[in-house]
Design a protein around this ligand. Structure first.
Ligand SMILES: Cc1ncc(COP(=O)(O)O)c(C=O)c1O
Length: 404
């Protein structure tokens, strides 16, 4: 067959193969490979027995509802249940806002960027951020501009202010943030920082996209830091949640809480994308909320992951401390390590690859794709405790071997 030269749209040229997915394919075939790579939940975290029972129940009671076409907004019962939880446990003000069920929070960001980003527009992000968000911004011809972190690992609000003040042509449409248990840094913004970011964006009338898939997973006894959305009295914050990290990524269930006028537009964009999200999982999640105490499930996850995080931090302290610094997160899925100056990032990555440990290089999780050569993201939720200990030992040995 002669080779055709396909005329793909220019918006696709800026996209790169997602390196996380590529690594996933390679590593699955290698024995003894320790995956500290992806943001996957532990298999032990899935409430399989409960869901099996509930599945049977919803097949008996709702089969024709979830096999038929459904509403773009999502099923009313699940939407009310999520709104009630957000109101009760996150103190989110639901009035003047509405909640859209999305196909994972990946779709949430895609819909919002489609709605707000014209070609040539800018979306501000944290310098290190979720690669899926950067790709979604680029897919609409937008530019993802990373803002530097301060010493606490949160965006520098003075740089934010200066950047918005300099944007006299109003090309900056949104600020995309992961304020709680950040991916990849693991850090959380303080309430003062959240308030400062909110006030600055309000002053310059720039929308904030608060991406919060990890927010429920707090492993200390501290009280949760209020969401930026809870500060929103004018309607500039879109809050995104997900069931991927707390129930099952295979559910592809996420949601957006958005000001009503934005919600109305999101429905139009959602109808173009996929009409509505998977109804079977919407009924299943709704029945889970109804028949079981979801807080107990979250508590189970907290105990499971707290132990894994502690194991990783203790191992890092014992095996790696002299060659790197690392974040000690209070929740979420990730620890971020930074190699000392005398260790080359590429040499270290070669060494850990030889030792069959998967981690994510910082540059992959950055808006600019560079500048974070010495940073690596480690996941602690998927591996077993033994894998965490062995993986960190191998990382310690790799750092020693990579020293100049
Ligand atoms: C910050 C952040 N946002 C969104 C997502 C996508 O999640 P979902 O599975 O809900 O599409 C992830 C997944 O890793 C993430 O880390």
């Amino acid at each position: 067959m002669s080779k055709l030269s396909y005329q793909f749209a220019t918006r696709v040229a800026a996209l790169q193969v997602n390196p996380l997915r590529e690594q996933a394919k390679n590593s699955q075939t290698v024995d003894h490979y320790i995956k500290l790579t992806y943001g996957y939940p532990s298999n032990e975290a899935f409430p399989v027995d409960k869901l099996a029972k509930l599945s049977d129940k919803i097949y008996r009671e709702h089969a024709f509802d979830f096999m038929q076409y459904g509403e773009s907004e999502g099923i009313p019962k699940l939407r009310s249940q999520i709104k009630a939880r957000l109101h009760k446990y996150q103190a989110l003000n639901i009035s003047d806002n509405d909640l859209l069920i999305t196909s994972g929070s990946t779709q949430g960001m895609d819909l919002v960027f489609k709605l707000f980003v014209n070609e040539g527009d800018t979306v501000l992000t944290e310098e290190q951020t979720f690669v899926g968000a950067v790709n979604a911004i680029k897919s609409y011809g937008g530019y993802a501009q990373g803002l530097p972190f301060d010493d606490a690992g949160c965006i520098d609000t003075e740089v934010l202010r200066a950047t918005l003040a300099a944007d006299t042509s109003h090309q900056i449409k949104l600020l995309y943030l992961i304020p709680t248990f950040q991916n990849p840094m693991g850090t959380s913004m303080t309430l003062e920082k959240r308030q400062a970011v909110y006030d600055i964006c309000k002053q310059y009338q720039v929308m904030i996209y608060e991406d919060d898939p990890y927010g429920d997973l707090l492993y200390t006894d501290k009280t949760a830091i209020p969401k930026i959305k809870s500060l929103d009295d004018v309607g500039i914050v879109i809050y995104a949640g997900s069931f991927s990290k707390i129930l099952a990524p295979g559910s592809r269930l996420g949601y957006l809480l958005a000001p009503t006028a934005v919600f109305d537009q999101l429905i139009l964009v959602k109808q173009v994308a996929d009409s509505f999200s998977n109804l079977y999982w919407q009924y299943l999640a709704s029945q889970l909320f109804e028949d079981y105490d979801f807080n107990k499930h979250i508590e189970h996850l907290r105990q499971l992951y707290r132990l894994k995080l502690e194991t990783m931090i203790n191992a890092l302290r014992a095996k790696c401390q002299k060659n790197m610094s690392f974040s000690v997160p209070e929740g979420g899925y990730f620890v971020s390590i930074k190699l000392n100056d005398d260790i080359d990032g590429d040499a270290f990555y070669d060494e850990i690859t030889q030792r069959q440990v998967g981690v994510i290089p910082g540059n992959i999780m950055s808006a600019a794709g560079k500048g974070y050569e010495k940073y690596f993201r480690l996941n602690f939720t998927l591996p077993t405790l033994v894998e965490i200990e062995n993986g960190i030992s191998r990382i310690g040995a790799a750092a020693e071997a990579a020293k100049k």
